[in-house]
Design a protein around this ligand. Structure first.
Ligand code: LLP
Length: 444
């Protein structure tokens, strides 16, 4: 569900005309709908109410400060995977105590920064990392809380790049190792190992992998209890789907119905649940608006050449992902009734929607049924672009990063200015000589 809809043949973001936003903010730009973000968050909280989870929004999915603030105002915590994301979360007004920090490669500086900030929970991914967190916590004379990321060996049936819960990924430790992990580290005085964390993949379009992972986790909790270790928190990660096509994803209540029967008895015994949703909150809450610079035919192929491509939205070219694309002002006859590879309207021809970059892989869609009438100067909306759009955008070909706009009702705010050329070179203007003391000593 989202609040991007066509009225009289023209696209609106909530009650604001997308064409009017693009005219003022320029293209390419991302447009986010505040009310969609809020509705998704509220729906998630309501669906999981029986286990009263702390919802830690996954900052990596869309890290704009204003988006983070919308969620912070609703009481969300944040799931971070780097010092940079923790910085953003705190800038948005979220206390570090409401942040959980995952990631296989935390640096010493990031760990110490998180300890000093008062991080809520480290989600630890390996034995060496645990030893490092414990060592740094001791040096800081601090006590930190740690959850072990387990790898329940469940197949989430998603793209192999974003499948994380199978044994052969770099994430977490497998279930057999988890008990040994607690036996070895479960009594550390500075790094209190008291939780379990899992995240099996993203996006996951069936509820069964969650049921399976939750069941394995519950069994592990019992095993650990027999070994003398009480689990205080379980972080189930994220991965819930979004509607790239109309009605593609299970509803949040469906995911909840699979998880809650197994989770509730643990909740009732005092286990605190955490969720780390990103995509399901922001994906449908954002569109990317791009302008058609040229149309062209090569051989039998039609192209719409746009002012952005894989630099603003990497997902189609990187994962082969589908994003519905349609003109911002197609007119009433060409208003799509559903988002699908072919929405079934007369007057369309297959076209590649490509960006300006010097790469054949720079595309937003291939062989897509789009109105024959698409012409130079038209605006196209790329839907379900709120998650992993701007957060994965690059400056390839020295393209300044796009603007971001947040809409609420009929009002719109630029929440990230479009970069200018000066921003492209600001860290390169003044080369700085390195001392290289060691090398000088060797040659002295
Ligand atoms: N928690 C952890 C530990 C994660 O690694 C992720 C996502 C999430 C939560 C949030 O997952 P979500 O609810 O957003 O599905 N760039 C890819 C997605 C990568 C997901 C990485 N981890 C894409 O564009 O599809």
């Amino acid at each position: 569900m989202d609040l991007f809809s066509y009225r009289n043949g023209e696209l609106y973001a909530e009650d604001a005309r997308v064409a009017a936003i693009a005219a003022e903010a320029g293209t390419p730009c991302f447009i986010y709908s505040r009310q969609t973000i809020e509705a998704h968050y509220d729906r998630l909280v309501a669906a999981f109410a029986p286990i009263d989870p702390l919802v830690c929004y996954s900052v990596k999915s869309c890290a704009n400060l204003s988006v983070l603030r919308v969620l912070a105002e609703r009481g969300a915590g944040m799931d971070v995977v780097s010092g940079g994301e923790l910085f953003r979360a705190r800038e948005a007004g979220v206390s570090a105590a409401k942040c959980v920090y995952a990631g296989v490669g935390k640096t010493d500086a990031e760990i110490v920064g998180a300890i000093r900030a008062g991080l809520g929970l480290f989600n630890c991914e390996s034995e060496e990392e645990f030893e490092n967190i414990a060592r740094l916590a001791a040096a800081e004379r601090a006590t930190v809380r740690v959850a072990l990321r387990i790898n329940p060996d469940v197949d989430p049936k998603t793209h192999r790049y974003t499948s994380t819960g199978k044994k052969e990924t770099k994430f977490g430790v497998d279930l057999e190792r988890a008990r040994r992990f607690f036996a070895n580290y479960g009594r550390d005085p500075h790094a209190r190992l008291e939780g379990l964390h899992l995240h099996i993949g993203s996006p996951i379009y069936t509820v069964d992998p969650y049921r399976e992972a939750m069941a394995k986790t519950a069994a592990l909790v019992e095993d650990l209890a027999r070994d003398g270790f009480a689990i205080r928190s379980i972080d189930l990660g994220g991965g819930f789907g979004a509607d790239y096509e109309s009605a593609q994803s299970p509803a949040l209540v469906d995911y909840a119905a699979a998880i809650i029967p197994i989770a509730k008895p643990l909740h009732d015994r005092g286990v605190r649940f955490i969720l780390e949703p990103g995509r399901t909150i922001v994906a449908n809450a954002g569109i990317l608006v791009t302008k058609v610079l040229y149309t062209k035919t090569s051989g039998d192929k039609r192209f719409a050449i746009c002012d952005t491509g894989m630099n603003a939205l990497l997902r189609p070219s990187h994962y082969g992902s589908f994003h519905f694309i349609w003109p911002v002002a197609p007119g009433v006859a060409l208003t799509p009734a559903r988002r699908a590879p072919d929405p079934g309207l007369a007057g369309t021809v297959p076209q590649d929607v490509v960006g300006p970059l010097c790469e054949t892989g720079d595309f937003l869609a291939l062989d897509r049924a789009l109105p024959d009438s698409i012409a130079r100067g038209d605006l196209l909306a790329v839907f379900t672009a709120g998650a992993y759009g701007m957060s994965m955008a690059s400056r390839y070909n020295s393209s300044p990063l796009p603007a971001e706009v947040l809409v609420s009702g009929a009002t719109a705010e630029v929440v990230r200015e479009r970069e200018d050329y000066a921003a492209l070179v600001e860290h390169e203007r003044a080369p700085r000589a390195l001392a290289l003391e060691a090398a000088q000593e060797v040659h002295a």
